[in-house]
Design a protein around this ligand. Structure first.
Ligand SMILES: [Zn+2]
Length: 338
């Protein structure tokens, strides 16, 4: 018996929404979710979005802590300006109530713990503000860990969690926050898995077996995450999927899903599209010395039926698609977000 009054719940476990909200609020706007996002979200039937709190090291307008606070403040201002459309949710029960009311449920999660600096006491504070996920890293070293680089060589410094990083993890776990290993290097991911007492997620990561970037997960870690009962959100960004043109197609994206399902089972696979074109239009990134374009393979949520059709073509049942599209992540939310 489902807790929800609609047949299929769709969860996107990674969207850089709050970074965009902050940017637009600095431009004097409000009501941005309503005007820039909701039509597409509704067209795709998406019910739950996890917005990252990602802070840019080079932003001239403020340090990491201020950027994180401004991103959360922008979401609060949005909710006040356009009530009745979406809600910041902090528990599974709130997600259920919000989705059943026909509104979008939004969760907040760190993508890089830089805003915490060296102070674990800030974590309960951000938890009070509504943050329910701790992704420790982005593609750089911080005080807690080493982030994986986008290259295929081993160019991260190879360190696991620092003592501070371990304290962040145990504190987040005690508070009832999701532990997210996307962007962590292998040593750090192994350390999180060792400290975890419940399911661990990778909100937006693909298979290293198909695209050898360190940013993707090796089979051993895919399996280990699945063994915790956790879920890995498949990433629809071109450079995570692959770098050659034939690797950046919908079919190749589904190859990543196939491989992950083979390694750990469909109950441990979800969606973490990482839609990037809104926040980084026309961007490119240097991978192994070559500049490659950054674009979204599934162009927007309205294009989701193309993915569904490809999965059906490959024999995925409705039960499997329901799981991958939302139920698997919801299972973890129910366990962690009390
Ligand atoms: Zn990311």
């Amino acid at each position: 018996m489902s807790d929800f009054n609609i047949p299929r719940i769709i969860v996107d476990s990674h969207l850089d929404m709050c970074m965009y909200l902050r940017q637009e609020h600095q431009n004097g706007r409000n009501g941005v979710i309503k005007s820039d996002y909701l039509e597409d979200i509704k067209a795709g039937g998406v019910n739950v979005i996890v917005s990252a709190i990602y802070t840019d090291a080079t932003d001239i307008n403020g340090g990491w802590l201020q950027q994180a606070c401004e991103q959360i403040a922008a979401l609060y201002a949005e909710q006040e300006a356009t009530p009745g459309l979406f809600r910041l949710c902090t528990s599974y029960d709130e997600i259920v109530a919000t989705v059943n009311a026909g509104e979008l449920a939004i969760l907040l999660s760190f993508e890089g713990c830089e805003p915490l600096g060296n102070n674990p006491e800030l974590l309960p504070l951000f938890h009070r503000l509504g943050v329910r996920g701790l992704g420790l890293a982005h593609a750089r070293r911080n005080l807690a860990c080493d982030g994986a680089r986008y290259t295929s060589g081993k160019y991260d410094m190879g360190g696991g969690l620092t003592a501070l990083g371990a304290e962040f993890v145990t504190t987040a776990q005690r508070l009832g926050m999701l532990l997210d290993v996307s962007h962590l290097n292998d040593a750090g991911t192994a350390d999180v898995l060792e400290l975890a007492t419940g399911p661990v997620i990778a909100s937006h990561s693909n298979c290293r077996a198909l695209n050898p970037t360190q940013r993707n997960l090796p089979d051993s870690l895919i399996k280990a995450i699945g063994d915790t009962g956790g879920v890995i959100g498949i990433n629809g960004c071109s450079i995570i999927c692959g770098v050659q043109p034939h690797e950046t197609t919908l079919s190749y994206l589904v190859d990543h899903i196939d491989h992950m399902v083979e390694v750990t089972g469909w109950q441990h696979v979800g969606l973490g599209f990482d839609l990037a074109e809104r926040i980084m239009p026309g961007a490119s990134i240097t991978v192994n010395g070559t500049s490659v374009p950054v674009f979204d393979i599934v162009k927007n949520y309205a294009a989701l039926p193309q993915l569904t059709a490809e999965l059906q073509k490959r024999g995925y049942t409705e039960e499997m698609i329901d799981g991958i599209y939302g139920k698997n992540f919801l299972r973890v939310y129910k366990e962690i977000l009390k």
